[in-house]
Design a protein around this ligand. Structure first.
Ligand code: DGY
Length: 417
């Protein structure tokens, strides 16, 4: 295996998906700047071009709303082939953006980019720090319930059609969404994407929240979907820890952030399903979603040191050829092809693997890194893969798959933040 060649290929993908200050996840399927994809891109760039990494971050934050929210898509330039575009979201600001957020990996990635070159990064870190704090405050003010973080749309989780949302989605009546032309299935095999019944509901929620004027209080009261996302709670807890670290380094006040961390650490317990795993919670019904997904394994990444998820992880790794599947293979709805209902995602493995390593589960971390390395080296820089045989799925030439090769999965990667 010529690993140097694969390293070069990964760097080339980041350059190729660069649209001038921001990186698209992949041409065609996702032609704009996506929030967490972009943070992974910046982290990838930081391995060979730290200036470009910071540029990515600044461009991302041009999309930040006055209330602190950092949207999930920034529509810098018109691009064809994506639905729903800026006209559907109808957010009255420039650059145009969507009206929802996405998993807050930014503080964690930004800390790593800063640490790659502190001398160069210091002024950028100072500039971006306040913006990060105001985004985190937005989550606390609008989305924290019992120490867990709520999403108002499955797209906010980044795990669009995960099992976690099934029950909540079934409670939404999709009538009235009307005709629309999905564009994702123009680019990718429909078997690998969410179903029409999901899309109808995705749109129904967008229309409802848009009719609320994207006002968080109104959405909290009348919204059709409100689920505490186990993935985001863990990711946000980790991000708060990294934000605290940055605050200490820059000599800023820390009490507020320390308070958030305490509340989130307590909230993690509320994600524990007595059936024996971390789970999301439907806040409209108070019920667990009864889904063991790959996000349940972000416990270690969040900085918690427990080992109560290790049994499930080892079982699942033994059940598939390539871990970690996005859904438990023993679940009756497990589907190795369909997006977040089974496929393996390299960036998810990265967060799980780094967490395992940090918490001392070195062997499992290394196993996961090797499996991810093999997946990418043998099958290419795809969006996701079949956990059963590694078959490539979704978009090709994918930014965050290239980024995690350079930062974690590849043999020359640092393997940590
Ligand atoms: C999509 O369009 O599939 C995205 O996941 C929504 O952000």
């Amino acid at each position: 295996m010529n690993f140097d060649k694969i390293d070069r290929e990964a760097r080339k993908i980041l350059r190729r998906n660069d649209r001038g200050g921001y990186t698209v996840p992949t041409a065609g399927l996702y032609p704009y700047q996506w929030n967490w994809d972009s943070c992974f891109a910046a982290w990838g760039f930081s391995t060979f071009d730290v200036k470009r990494a910071w540029f990515e971050i600044h461009t991302l934050f041009t999309g930040q709303w006055d209330n602190g929210m950092l949207p999930h898509i920034i529509f810098h330039k018109r691009a064809d082939g994506y639905f729903p575009g800026p006209d559907v979201w109808d957010v009255p600001r420039v650059p145009h953006t969507s009206g929802i957020s996405q998993p807050p990996v930014a503080a964690t990635m930004i800390r790593s980019i800063y640490e790659a070159d502190k001398r160069y990064g210091r002024v950028h870190m100072e500039l971006i720090y306040g913006r990060l704090v105001s985004w985190h405050r937005w989550f606390i003010k609008n989305r924290m319930e019992r120490g867990m973080i709520a999403i108002t749309h499955p797209w906010e989780s980044g795990r669009d059609n995960a099992r976690d949302w099934d029950k909540a989605m079934a409670n939404i009546d999709p009538t009235g969404v009307g005709e629309y032309h999905r564009r994702d299935t123009d680019h990718v095999d429909p078997e690998m994407r969410p179903k029409k019944e999901d899309y109808d509901r995705y749109l129904k929620i967008v229309y409802h929240n848009r009719d609320c004027g994207w006002n968080e209080e109104k959405i909290a009261k009348t919204g059709l979907f409100r689920v505490a996302d186990v993935g985001i709670t863990f990711i946000f807890l980790r991000a708060c820890r990294d934000l605290l670290h940055i605050a200490l380094e820059l000599d800023h006040e820390t009490a507020e952030i320390e308070g958030w961390i305490k509340d989130l650490e307590a909230g993690v317990e509320n994600h524990w399903n007595p059936k024996g795993f971390y789970d999301s919670v439907d806040l409209k019904t108070g019920e667990f979603t009864d889904s063991l997904s790959s996000a349940s394994f972000f416990e270690w990444y969040s900085g918690m040191s427990g080992d109560r998820m290790l049994g499930h992880l080892n079982r699942i790794l033994d059940e598939v050829k390539f871990g970690v599947p996005s859904n438990d293979p023993e679940d009756e709805h497990f589907n190795p092809k369909r997006y977040w209902r089974g496929p393996v995602w390299g960036m998810v493995n990265t967060l799980i693997g780094i967490g395992l390593d940090e918490q001392g589960h070195i062997k499992t971390a290394e196993r996961l890194r090797k499996e991810t390395q093999e997946l990418i080296a043998e099958h290419g820089f795809y969006e996701y893969f079949s956990p059963l045989d590694g078959a490539p799925e979704g978009g090709d030439v994918f930014t965050w798959t290239a980024a995690i090769w350079l930062t974690w999965a590849g043999p020359h990667a640092k393997g940590r933040f």
